[in-house]
Design a protein around this ligand. Sequence first.
Ligand code: ADE
Length: 234
Amino acid sequence: MRFDILTLFPDMFPGYLGQSLLNKAIQKGIVDVQVHDLRMWTKGTHRKVDDRPYGGGPGMIIMVEPVVDAVEAIQKLDDTPAQVVMTTPQGTRLNQKLVEDLAVQQRFLLLCGRYEGFDQRVIDVLKPLEISIGDYILNGGEVASMVMVDTLVRMVPGVLGHEESSIQDSFSRGNRMLEYPQYTRPRDYRGLPVPEILLSGNHPEIEKWRAAQSLLRTQQRRADLLDEKDNSGQ
Ligand code: ADE
């Protein structure tokens, strides 16, 4: 899976990309992430990427020309056309089903917004998939793009070890339950013991206890997940 990320803040990415599972997947060559600085596609000495909104109002708007020029150039860097994604609070809310549907694609070009957003003609020309990671406002689309990369790579065969298989995750297809509580050593911490059943070695009973805990948590915290109609997450 390949990601091209177009951003005004490319320095935000190396720390994240250099860590953990993602770094291993990049080293193995099963995931490729290329970060591109939008300022590379600006014209003139001022490297201007944004301007004031027509009609007035606060903030600055990212201009259409550098974004479209950048996307057209980046698309040519690989034979596989990229699904263009814009991270924006105006987008479709991301959930696990959408992640799984998207993960059949091989290549993504992520547009990270800043300021008051993009000129509408960026959307009219490029027709990106507009995605929000939740009903709150971030300072920009960079963190949302990292979230997209982070969750999509979990779907790439070979990225997770099988004990971490994404199939078992809460919210994976066919699993709409929250996780049961987990414990490790010590057996007792500040008077809080590990539940006796987990020390019993009785695996069928442990499985039953875990299933019951999952259901209880889901009922208490996210009853909407148990409602079939809500499983699209929208
Ligand atoms: N940019 C700013 N807020 C965002 C959000 N909630 N999701 C995606 N992109 C964003």
